[in-house]
Design a protein around this ligand. Structure first.
Ligand code: FAD
Ligand code: FES
Ligand code: FES
Length: 1350
């Protein structure tokens, strides 16, 4: 009888059918008869099982939104393994006999919440909620392995998760309650809960009754009981113990066959038969190749369960790891070895652990194999340099035997190539113990510390003749400097036999500069920086070894105390935070939640995965999927489009182009765009057509098969190119005030300068989605869109379809973030999807992949600012002439309003008597840039902070002093003649100074800088003044519709959309106060164009003001109608009055409306009010830079923000922190790279880095100014969405302050240029020293750079 054990793989290949895949999801057994090897776990969960709690954020393992927990029974040693993985990369076929736990499996609002779900919600760690299920599952997996973690464990668990909204602080704060130290007493402390600041939530203390400091009360949390966790399915345990996991399996798909051999011999036989087959363990490399590089692998071998490939053997020479050992497992084994062996033996292990600390996130490390990392042969692999310098040995095998090879420079033969033969596999790697006189270090420099790929990665090993400082053996290995991991052999050989001292250092540096040189056009760019890094990192190694030799008693040169910090290894400190806000006044009605930090009303559902986002809407029965055909050229005429190959692809229904648009193909805010390109393309990513098919996979494959021929035209890509070509959109706006000539005459000094500010990708975790459902009659169409602007979507779709707007219904339940990116650009997708649905009369859906979203939908406008500033010796600025150039892209979109806002903010918070600002919108061949939180304001203010810093530097004064001197005073007037009333800048400034202990910190930083040569600290305090109102006056209106039902429940609808900012929560608070009923009686279902018409986009920070006033208006109308019944029955309940009114035939529905009064600025006359009021804030930040690498640490930030009387301090502080962190990304981290031909090179979290958990300041204080009512907005509150973002400029200028200190060491004084973002590259290049001198940049114009600054 044939058994699964003796059935050979040769048989299974010949079988046409697939084996059964058995696995469990949330305790339920799944038997899948035909799993497709190309299907990921994420697709299966969402599409097949309808488990939409697990989200798709990137499909490349870079955001963690798809995190689930896998559990597996391991026979040797017998144990249950629980580990977090990215479902987007986990092949479905790899799950045989695995238990999958998703966010739905651990708790629900309806059933019972799991404490990890409850705590993230109640601690305000969920705003839009799209990242929340992934974060919940990372925490859950941690607790399953370690029920009493410490904070370092928690932070490590989140290395692979991103959140774009919260700024991370509240998530860490909430989860601190699970840690050993941060754990809560559960309310049993002497004075109530141990975690509330003395006096319970929301109330002030005796000393400061006006101040409250806690946003949640851990005593409210359900206790965590690890014994209550769901058990591993008993049936699965039996199946696993029955050895069925190691049987051979075979799964056939459309294009790929998955073979899981049961033994090494079988694997070798298969590899012999299929030399081109890929071995897939973690699929973190192969998965990316298939998804993004269009690779097809007909045969995939899955060796994950083969014992020899998972074995770990300790030998005399070192530790041998089977090639399929995961990085997490390797880390655990090496950690143990480091603890148990003498330190001199574990130098290599420690270097590997150091690299692993910053290697991807947990989810990747839990599945990615050592063998996968070696065999991928990536030139920026973080482990290969260490393996090379350590002299690791690899055992390779084929069916005829094995051979051993040294992992040296002969191993990698070219870009992603090795000496391993096609029929061979990598069996294992020996990582040797280090020797007594050996020192090993490893370094990784990447744009972001956590979960990022290296710019340069290096490992270095030096062996000395015993008892001497004479170099016996030296190996220096670099990644990121060549197509392969490279050994600096020439340099190393030159230094053999030399003493470890200054001379050696000099020679090493000049030799490395020569040996590790790069072509100025090298892929990856940053050429000067990368070259400098090779020297800087060697210098760090040099100092480290020097120090260690001295510790061994050798008489080598002492490392001077000011150089010591260059040898320190970065270890993050656990962040701490303080929040301060106005306490709720005593005696406020218990039902009145205005001013209370109540939780976002959807937070619990978001934490359980029950909250429904656009793509979570269940599939319609006959639904189709759409994929876009986009331009690969920035500027070209379309010569021909060939769809024949696409139409032959399986599942394809039709292709659509401009001629298929039934209405108008002309679209866009300014009617200067097309639904589909018409003969010409003007950017890479320009939508040319679409393919509709029966599934996403089929549609996307077919779209890639469309062939387009172009006649290329010269593109304009950068601002500088646009200036040269005078390629501007009209009008060129200007604001002028005072007498420029007199102003400059009066000035003691005049200074000119410039700054370039890069753009920014919105990176909302949920990409753009549209689901269009045509109705049977009258050309009606229902659209579910992830849009901040339902009314614009409605009118754009109606125009494209050629129907009146009343036939188009747009519904928005919630968005997974927007930040301005879903204001106008969403329509590029929704019109196309609607056209397809209309044509086919079937529902059509499209959710853009992350790379498409980044490519197509534009982002924040890059700005270039040029200025001339006149100032007195005192530092007082008397004249300013500033020009702004924005890279607007290939259409106008919102560029004019954005430029106008930049002009309105050109003086930031400073009174300048004579001023002129001009704004030029550059027409370029980039995708149209668009609204982004701050809307031009941050760009305008950034230029202001630059000139004020220049003024201070040129006078040799502190920028703080010059800023304070120029700060606006009450009653002063802006350049556009708006008088400032109710100014709170000075209060914010003073409180910020005192809370940040500015004077002490400044003195401490100065002292630190005197004591350290290679690390410098910097401080900056920066104000902001942000004008509130849409600058397009007509948009300053809002509507609301309120129904009271007979049971007393209230259905509230208003014109704003919920994208995580808590707008619906605030609107419920407003309605609840006005109606005098608890929030629980008020419900908001969605935003829709058939309830409130002609809505303005949810934007400009004004939605609470506008919609809040409209809600108030509607509720007051209803209240008036109920008044007689209340008077008649004063002791009655709300329900009594409602019922009585109903029976008296009173209308219990009411509309509300609001328009902001007295607005209307006129550029021609420089008169009229531009803004209703201003939000003010001040932030002080402190940083530390590593002058050798350009890395920086965010040490402290103190923010004081005036948000009037906060409607909800938890939400407002969430906006302050989230906005600040987004600004921190803008000013210090996020970089979009474009090729000189206008191709976006950064299209996902792998290459575009938003701030991660590790980027938050170690100490973060946020204080909402108390006692600061604002008479201009609802219940004395103020707008908060955008204003805090700019405060992150304090981090930029703190960095600049630190760079200034570094430059002073090289006697470089006075103003200097630092463009934004202050990336590690820019910081390092600005810290000129002996190393940078050895790596001069190539002459511009003599080469074609890899990327250009747009
Ligand atoms: C989000 C993310 C972050 C990352 N961060 C980093 C990082 O910080 N540093 C870094 O260095 N890398 C990083 N990587 C790259 C990647 O994780 C590693 O290269 C990983 O170790 C690959 O292992 P795997 O098991 O997933 O490989 P797989 O994708 O399963 O396989 C990769 C390749 O190796 C071959 N292969 C695997 N095992 C064998 C074997 N035994 N014999 C022969 N061939 C074999 C396969 O055929 C395939 O071609 C990252 C990747 C992602 C997706
Ligand atoms: S969707 Fe899987 S990590 Fe982003
Ligand atoms: S709440 Fe984290 S991405 Fe929105």
């Amino acid at each position: 009888m044939e058994t699964s054990r003796n059935r050979t793989m040769a048989d299974s290949q010949n079988r046409t059918g697939s084996d059964e895949l058995i696995f469990f999801v949330n305790g339920r057994k799944i038997v899948e008869k035909n799993p497709d090897p190309e299907t990921t776990l994420l697709t299966y969960l969402r599409r097949k099982l309808g488990l939409t709690g697990t989200k798709l954020g990137c499909a490349e393992g870079g955001c963690g939104a798809c995190t689930v927990m896998l559990s597996r029974y391991q026979a040797e040693p017998q144990q249950l393994l629980h580990y977090a993985v990215n479902a987007c990369l986990a092949p479905l076929c790899s799950l045989h006999l695995v238990a999958v736990t998703t966010v739905e499996g651990i708790g629900s609002v309806a059933r019972k919440l799991h404490p990890v779900q409850e705590r993230i919600a109640r601690s305000h760690g969920s705003q839009c909620g799209f990242c929340t299920p992934g974060i919940v599952m990372s925490m859950y997996a941690l607790l399953r392995n370690n029920p009493t973690p410490n904070m370092a464990d928690v932070e490590e668990a989140f290395q692979g998760n991103l959140c774009r909204c919260t700024g991370y602080r509240p998530i860490l704060e909430g989860y601190k309650t699970f840690t050993v130290k941060g754990g809560c007493c559960g309310g049993k402390g002497q004075n109530g809960c141990c975690m509330t600041n003395g006096n319970g939530a929301f109330q002030g203390s005796k000393d400061k009754p006006e101040e409250a400091t806690s946003l949640f009360n851990p005593a409210d949390f359900e206790p965590y009981d690890p014994t209550q966790e769901v058990i591993f399915p008993p049936e699965l345990m039996n199946l696993s113990k029955g050895q069925r996991s190691s049987r051979s399996l075979c799964f056939h798909g459309d294009r790929t066959t998955w073979l899981q051999p049961e033994s090494l011999d079988e694997l070798l036989l298969l590899k012999w038969k299929h030399p081109d087959a890929r071995l897939v363990v973690g699929n973190t490399e192969v998965g990316i190749e298939v998804k993004f590089k269009n690779m097809v692998y007909p045969v995939v071998l899955a060796p994950g369960f083969i014992a020899e490939l998972n074995a770990v053997t300790h030998t005399e020479d070192g530790v041998v790891f089977g090639a399929a050992c995961t990085l997490s497992h390797m880390g655990a084994v090496l950690k143990e070895a480091v603890q148990s062996l003498p330190p001199h033996q574990t130098q290599v292990f420690q270097a590997i652990l150091e690299q692993l600390r910053w290697f991807a996130g947990q989810q990747i490390r839990n599945v990615a194999a050592i063998g996968g990392n070696i065999m991928t042969a990536s030139p920026i692999s973080d482990l290969n340099p260490v393996f090379m310098v350590a002299g690791c040995k690899l055992t390779l095998r084929d069916k005829d035997g094995s051979r051993e090879v040294q992992m040296d420079d002969g191993f990698f033969t070219g870009y992603r190539k090795t000496t391993v033969r096609p029929q061979e596999i990598l069996l294992s790697i020996l990582i040797p113990y280090s020797k007594k006189c050996q020192f090993v270090s490893a370094f990784k420099q990447s744009p972001r510390r956590e979960d990022d790929i290296s710019i340069v990665t290096a490992a270095m090993s030096a062996i000395f003749s015993p008892g001497t400082d004479i170099v016996k053996d030296l190996r220096l290995s670099y990644g990121g400097m060549a197509p392969v991991t490279a050994l600096a052999k020439k340099t190393a050989n030159r230094l053999l036999g030399r003493q470890w001292g200054e001379e050696l250092l000099q020679e090493a540096c000049s030799s490395l500069a020569e040996e590790m040189s790069l072509d100025p056009s090298a892929p990856g760019g940053m050429v000067t920086y990368r070259q400098t890094l090779t020297l800087s990192l060697f210098y760090k190694f040099y100092l480290t070894v020097l120090q260690k030799l001295r510790l061994q008693g050798l008489s080598v040169q002492e490392v001077s105390s000011e150089c010591l910090s260059a040898t320190e290894i970065y270890h993050p400190e656990t962040p701490s935070s303080v929040q301060v806000y106005q306490a709720v006044p005593e005696g406020q009605n218990q039902d009145d939640m205005v001013g209370c930090p109540i939780m976002h009303l959807s937070a619990l559902k978001q934490a359980t995965g029950e909250a429904v986002y656009c793509d979570d809407v269940p599939l319609y029965e006959n639904e189709l999927y759409l994929a876009l055909i986009t331009s690969t050229k920035a500027h070209a005429r379309i010569l021909s489009v060939d769809v024949s190959a696409a139409e032959r692809c399986p599942g394809v229904v039709c292709c659509l182009f401009a001629s298929d648009v039934p209405g108008s193909n002309v679209t866009g805010v300014r009617q200067d765009e097309t639904v589909f390109a018409d003969g010409q393309v003007t950017c890479v990513g320009h939508i040319i057509g679409a393919v509709v098919a029966d599934s996403q996979l089929h549609a996307q494959r077919a779209a890639k098969a469309v062939r387009i021929q172009y006649e290329e035209l010269k593109p304009i890509v950068t601002i500088q190119e646009a200036i040269a070509a005078q390629s501007f959109y009209e009008p060129i706006r200007a604001i002028q005030n005072g007498d420029m000539e007199a102003g400059f005459k009066q000035a003691d000094h005049i200074l000119e300068g410039e700054i370039h500010m890069g753009g920014q990708e919105h990176f909302y975790l949920e990409t753009n989605v549209t689901l269009a459902v045509p109705r049977e009659e009258d050309g009606e169409m229902e659209l579910f869109i992830s849009s901040q602007s339902p009314s614009d979507s409605q009118s754009f779709v109606a125009k494209a379809l050629g129907v009146p707007a009343n036939r188009v219904l747009v519904r928005v339940k919630r968005m997974g973030g927007g930040f301005g990116g879903k204001e106008s650009r969403t329509t590029v997708l929704s019109t196309v999807v609607a056209v397809a649905a209309n044509r086919l009369k079937r529902p059509v859906r499209c959710m853009l992949d992350r790379d498409e979203d980044m490519l197509i939908t534009g982002g924040r406008h890059p700005f270039y600012g040029k200025y001339k500033v006149g100032f007195l010796q005192s530092g007082k600025v008397v004249a300013l002439d500033v020009s702004f150039y924005s890279n607007s892209g290939n259409s106008m979109d919102l560029s004019q309003a954005i430029m106008e806002r930049a002009l309105f903010h050109m003086e930031n918070s400073y009174r300048i008597p004579n001023v002129r600002g001009q704004g030029f919108m550059c027409r370029t061949n980039l995708p149209s840039n668009t609204a982004f939180r701050g809307f031009g304001g941050p760009q305008g203010m950034m230029v202001a902070e630059n000139w004020i810093t220049d003024v201070a530097h040129s006078l040799g004064r502190s920028p703080e002093e010059v800023r304070r001197l120029n700060l606006y005073l009450e009653g002063e007037s802006t350049p556009y003649n708006q008088i400032l009333h109710g100014l709170t800048l000075d209060r914010c400034w003073d409180e910020c100074l005192s809370r940040s202990e500015y004077e002490q910190r400044r003195a401490a930083a100065d002292l630190f800088n005197r004591q350290n040569r290679w690390t410098k600290q910097g401080l900056a305090i920066v104000p902001t003044k942000f004008g509130i109102s849409f600058t397009a006056t007509f948009l300053n209106q809002a509507g609301a519709l309120v129904h009271i039902y007979r049971d007393g429940s209230v259905l509230l609808t208003h014109g704003g959309t919920e994208m995580g900012q808590g707008l619906h929560t605030k609107m419920v608070q407003v309605a609840s106060r006005v109606l005098g009923i608890p929030c629980s009686k008020v419900f908001i279902s969605e935003t829709s164009t058939n309830t409130v018409a002609n809505t303005s986009p949810t934007a400009a920070s004004a939605s609470t003001d506008l919609n809040g006033a409209a809600v108030q208006n509607a509720c007051e109308t209803l209240l008036k109608r109920l008044e007689p019944f209340k008077t008649k029955n004063p002791k009655g309940s709300w329900e009594d009055w409602v019922n009585a009114a109903y029976f008296d035939r009173v209308d219990l529905s009411a509309n509300g409306f609001y328009k902001t009064p007295d607005l209307g600025y006129d550029f021609d006359t420089n008169s009229g009010r531009a803004f209703n009021y201003y939000s003010y804030g001040v932030a002080c930040s402190e940083v530390e830079i590593d002058c050798l690498t350009g890395a920086h640490k965010n040490l402290r930030t103190t923010i004081v923000m005036d948000v009037g009387h906060s409607l909800n301090p938890a939400i407002d502080i969430g906006q302050v922190e989230g906005g600040f962190m987004q600004g921190l990304g803008l000013f210090t981290l996020e970089e979009l790279h474009y090729s000189p031909q206008g191709v976006l090179l950064t299209r996902g979290p792998g290459s575009y880095k938003i701030p991660a958990f590790g980027d938050i300041p170690t100490q973060l204080t946020v204080s909402l100014l108390r006692d600061s009512p604002n008479e201009k907005a609802i219940f004395a509150s103020k707008a908060v969405g955008e204003p805090p973002l700019f405060l992150a400029a304090s981090v930029f200028y703190a960095i600049k302050d630190a760079v200034r200190a570094a430059r002073a060491e090289s006697q470089m004084m006075g103003p200097f240029r630092l463009d934004s973002p202050a990336s590690a590259e820019r910081i390092r290049n600005a810290c000129c020293d002996q190393f940078t001198k050895l790596c001069p940049p190539a002459e511009p114009g003599t080469f074609t750079p890899w990327s250009v600054r747009v």
